[in-house]
Write a protein that binds this ligand. Sequence first.
Ligand SMILES: [Zn+2]
Length: 450
Amino acid sequence: MENDIEKAVRPRFRKNHLFLVCFPAASSYKCHAINKTQNLQGKLTRYTRATWGIKPQIIKEIYTKAIESYILYGSEIWYTDLVKLNLKLNQIQRIPLSTIVKNYRTVSTEALNILSGCPPLDIVAKAKKEKFGLIFRNEALMVQDLTLYREDFDLGNSDLAPPWEACVIPWTMDMDPGIEEYKIFTDGSKWNEQVGSGAICYDSNGQEEWSFSLRLGNNASVFIAEAIAILESIKRILHINCICYIFTDSRSVLMALASYCDQTSIIEEIKLILKDKRNIVLCWVKAHVGISGNEIADSLAKEATRRETIVINIKFSKRWLKNHFQRVIKERWQQRWEFSLKARYTYGLMPQVSTKRCFGDFYINQFLTGHGVFPVYQMRFFGKNDICHCGRDQGTITHYLYGCPTFNQIRQGYLPSNFVNLGLLELISLPKVRVGLRLMGQFLLQKCLD
Ligand SMILES: [Zn+2]
């Protein structure tokens, strides 16, 4: 068990050898994480209160980048999919989410997840554990009809070279593609979910020497297809000692080659070869401006996408893995939201989960949750009278938005003329409406306190 923890934590510290970490047993780690978290959350609450008016997006950023990672630190080891632990995790998550949403206490955690755009913590922890299982324990990952193992992924070089050994490959954008030298044009393409690489080589007299058109596995990206086109070309000219120019229209591949960052193994392989082959010069060429070599490489790549057989199988990338788990988290969250019995009013407004949302306005969120200053709510939770102060109807959100004569002026001043035809979400997307709703909320709050 301790060995696993060590593995889980090691990558974070690889670049910085100053840390000396000792590893407690998993169970005590869980307690530690939970206790420490409460401390940190106290700080966040104080911070958000002290700087009242801090943007909810910023608090969300602090939550997702710092607090969530802090709570889930080592969860790859200590997390187990048990009801009690899941409840505890979501209970812990409630506190930071409240600082984002600024809600009434009675709002359910499910609604807080939706309003803040943060998935339930137990779902995040479970996905984290599954990812860890795949990478460090070689557990199978089922994706639709595929069963994937660690070997199916290009997870980069696990033993990073020290910075002084890392190399970068320079490139130029000033080379004339019409130059009468030994030159190669490369390109990659994706069409109908099929991917291909193509290249054509000319000698210094402008005579075609060779070309290729290779279909890659469907999971390859255009980026990978462009990189493969370069790699396969380089492999064909290793024996040549004169200057060779390789033209590509993919700036992202060139920039990856010129970067010190950890890259996919294909980029690393190109770097490794070119480090000692200084006669090969990489050049950028503008795409689709009628440069014949580039156009031919483009059509060779397109032709490759239509081929029957896949010649080069590509491993799944780190990015793919990340996207996969984000998708999994969203699907599980969506399913839970659909079957939950809580916050059905909010569900009616926002049936789809999304991590992009971030509603952090105290007054607006009362309209989005139904929990707030409205008399119907005050009756449900505090046994107060549910009739509006105007005496005409029950004090519901609909009454205040469309009926209550007290707010005629606000409606005229802040709501668009066609507001009866707009949904609540459409309405609050308008800045002026938000001001109006805040005024309504403030007025009703005063009425509540009277
Ligand atoms: Zn009224």
